[in-house]
Design a protein around this ligand. Structure first.
Ligand code: SAM
Length: 412
């Protein structure tokens, strides 16, 4: 083992034993469930299983580098809400993080999670495979060899399964690495507590023109949480990815992209008004369009995405077919319908970037019928329309809401 690598491995472990991330209090479980992307059960069903996975049947999920438990708890709760067949395996290097995650599961009365302490690099030898779904968020970019880490996960994935991943994005993190380098040169070798203290002092006097100060998308160092400050600016090992590098990472490990989340952020037309430029952007392939969107946006600080095996049998993304049930993420048809009825365009803020979308005609009417139980055929018949007319009218509404990651499809 290279000396530097061993030292960095030890420093990564020390960080997460001292400052489990993200900071969570198990008592908060009584008040709320943290839900998000990836790994919301309806979302992963939509993107990886064509919306057709039956969660009353066995379903094995792995959360690799599970931290303080956000994804494992959300997944385990969603699966428990659908019966007893689903199971989650949580794995993390840090036993302090695991303790928090376990206490959260206990607070919720969840008994469908196995907790393991160890490295995801050792997964192939643990004989746990195959998993139907693997979540790995905010972890691969901290490994010495991210490709080896992802390859270890791929070796445990069922051929018809898929993954939800998150890695840092280069452009939205503009300013992070010069400050990380500065702090490394000044504080490497200090205790975690001392590093945090010195980092706070350095931030107080950072010149206005420093890129970290100029980057309005980044705020983790201003939350007043030592764990967040350390993760952003004192991490012993992290790297970031541009879209083409994400695609290369997947190709190198025999995986392929299904979708970046939120899909609309990776559409260049969101950032282009000129008709000629929009026409040219439309001619690019999906990867080139996503890369262009990242170059234009400036606010994408993480890449969250679903992926499946290149030669696997995962069904992929759900389709706007009659038997599919539209599912609103927040089950808020009434409010959303009123919002859509009141205007002709919708402006959504992703971090600091406002994205404005034209609202297709009839959007409010369609949304009013969604109750997360009726399928599209039933909605079509309640609206007294033929299927072709219904599809022509509402496929664009579906596309807009799915692009914002507000609407998914499921079959039952
Ligand atoms: C930034 S935290 C993210 C936690 C969680 N995935 C989330 O998104 O909330 C990174 C986590 O990865 C864990 N980790 C780092 N390297 C690992 C490895 N080789 N195997 C397993 N876990 C690892 C750390 O201990 C830490 O809990």
């Amino acid at each position: 083992m290279a000396k530097g690598k061993g030292k960095r491995d030890a420093a990564v472990k020390r960080q997460y034993e001292t400052l489990p991330y993200p900071p969570r209090d198990p008592k908060d479980e009584a008040a709320r469930l943290i839900e998000g992307s990836p790994s919301h059960l309806d979302e992963l069903n939509h993107y990886l299983f064509a919306g057709k996975r039956d969660f009353s049947q066995p379903f094995r999920a792995l959360v690799a580098g599970g931290g303080t438990g956000d994804a494992a708890i959300m997944l385990a709760q969603h699966l428990a809400d659908r019966g007893k067949a689903g199971h989650v395996t949580y794995l993390d290097l840090s036993s302090a993080s695991r303790q928090v995650a376990e206490a959260r599961a206990e607070a919720r009365g969840l008994d469908n999670i196995d907790f393991l302490t160890g490295s995801l690099l050792d997964l192939p030898s643990l004989n746990l495979a195959p998993f139907d779904y693997i979540d790995c968020c905010g972890v691969l970019h901290h490994l010495e060899e991210p490709v080896a880490g992802l390859a270890a996960l791929v070796s445990c994935l069922a051929d018809d399964g898929g993954m939800g991943l998150m890695v840092y994005a280069t452009l939205g993190r503009t300013g992070v690495y010069p400050v990380q380098n500065a702090l490394r040169s000044l504080t490497e070798g200090d205790s975690v507590g001392n590093q945090v203290k010195l980092a706070k002092n350095l931030l107080k006097d950072l010149p206005p023109a420093n890129w970290l100060n100029k980057n309005k998308v980044l705020g983790d160092h201003k939350l007043g949480e030592d764990a967040a400050l350390y993760d952003l600016l004192l991490h012993p090992r992290d790297r970031s990815y541009l879209v083409p590098e994400v695609l290369d990472l997947l190709t190198e490990t025999g995986m392929q992209l299904v979708r970046f989340i939120e899909p609309v952020r990776y559409e260049p037309e969101m950032y282009l008004k000129d008709p000629e430029l929009r026409k040219r952007a439309r001619k690019l392939d999906t990867g080139a369009r996503a890369a262009l969107a990242e170059n234009l946006s400036g606010s994408i600080k993480t890449h969250t995405f679903y992926a499946r095996k290149l030669h696997g049998t995962a069904a992929g993304e759900a389709r706007f077919d009659p038997e599919m049930i539209p599912v609103l993420k927040d089950n808020n048809a009434e409010i959303l319908s009123r919002t859509l009825a009141a205007r002709s365009s919708l402006t959504v803020h992703f971090d600091t970037d406002p994205v404005t979308l034209d609202i297709p005609d009839g959007a409010a009417d369609f949304v009013r019928y969604i109750n997360n139980q009726r399928n599209l055929r039933e909605i079509q018949s309640e609206m007294s329309m033929t299927w072709p007319n219904f599809r022509t009218a509402f496929a664009p509404v579906y596309k807009m809401l799915q692009g914002l990651n507000l609407l998914w499809l499921k079959s039952s």
